[in-house]
Ligand binder design. Structure first.
Ligand SMILES: Nc1ncnc2c1ncn2[C@@H]1O[C@H](COP(=O)(O)OP(=O)(O)O)[C@@H](O)[C@H]1O
Ligand SMILES: CC(=O)N[C@@H](CCC(=O)OP(=O)(O)O)C(=O)O
Length: 255
């Protein structure tokens, strides 16, 4: 029987809670009929590194404006420190991880919008080594640093990166963030969200910042994959177990 592939996006804040990522990697060990690709963020780490280097950092609709002179710090934080910190936890949970950028994972980046400087958007390059890694039992851990065909580097939002990889692999997609679910105006969890509801909540300013990027990206991914995509929290590893077993946790974004 061929194994189902799951792309799990881990928000960077998971790195600020000791052993949180290890607990999630432990859950993956229990799954016999599935294989996994981890795509991770690290926005909080980028904030710290840029601040310590004396840079001001601004966001536009949840995306970090990424001038060329800040890219060495952004790349260092995401493709370096965050990626390798996750590897330490994956190895300690018994996995054999391989750290990758989007390029090796089969996704090429191009500039998203001039005003955002080196923020990238994803295009497919079909030249992924992910399936080869999965076949030999390795765990791909992918940062959201991308490259274009000329070799320029880009800072890609990690939710968009995860959606692009899930599309390439036709995989299930789960976003693990720092809130249990998308919340309504009364801070109550929303179990399900579709296009109309998402547009209204964004217009009303209920869904903002990073969550705005996440729900928009989830909706595109759900439409492309033609199935639901989940948003839940990494704070409880049992959420991941439930999601992998097909139970409802957090918010389901439907096409
Ligand atoms: N309606 C909402 N429901 C839940 N979280 C929201 C909402 N609107 C904005 N947020 C914010 O979005 C954050 C998650 O987005 P983000 O920080 O980008 O996560 P990640 O780093 O995991 O990708 C939450 O911590 C919360 O502060
Ligand atoms: C363009 C853009 O905004 N890139 C993000 C990449 C990291 C990320 O998305 O991290 P989280 O998943 O932890 O939020 C950034 O620089 O913060």
């Amino acid at each position: 029987m061929s194994k189902k592939t799951w792309v799990i996006k881990l928000g960077g804040a998971v790195l600020n809670t000791e052993n949180a990522a290890k607990a999630l990697f432990d859950v993956l060990n229990e799954q016999q009929n599935a294989q996994f690709v981890i795509v991770h963020g690290g926005g909080a780490l980028v904030d710290t590194w840029l601040k310590e280097a004396g840079f001001a950092s601004a966001k536009h609709q949840g995306l970090r404006i990424s001038p060329a002179e800040q890219m060495p710090y952004i790349v260092g934080a995401l493709a370096g420190c965050a990626n390798k910190q996750l590897m330490t936890q994956a190895i300690s949970a018994g996995h054999k991880p391989v750290g990758l950028s989007l390029y090796e994972a089969g996704v090429t980046a191009t500039q998203k919008l001039k005003a955002l400087c080196l923020v990238g958007k994803c295009t497919s390059n079909d030249d992924s080594i992910i399936n080869d890694l999965l076949k030999i039992g390795r765990l791909p851990i992918v940062s959201s640093i991308g490259f274009d065909e000329q070799g320029l580097w880009y800072n890609v939002n990690a939710d968009e990166a995860a959606a692009a990889i899930a599309s390439n692999l036709n995989a299930e997609l789960i976003f693990m963030t720092d809130v249990e679910a998308v919340l309504d105006a009364n801070k109550q969890p929303l179990h399900q969200l579709d296009t109309k509801h998402i547009d209204t909540l964004i217009d009303e300013g209920v869904i903002v910042g990073g969550m705005e990027v996440k729900v928009k990206t989830s909706l595109h991914a759900a439409q492309h994959l033609r199935r639901g995509v989940y948003i839940s929290s990494w704070q409880k590893p049992e959420n991941l177990t439930d999601l992998l077993e097909g139970k409802h946790v957090g918010t389901k974004i439907t096409p």
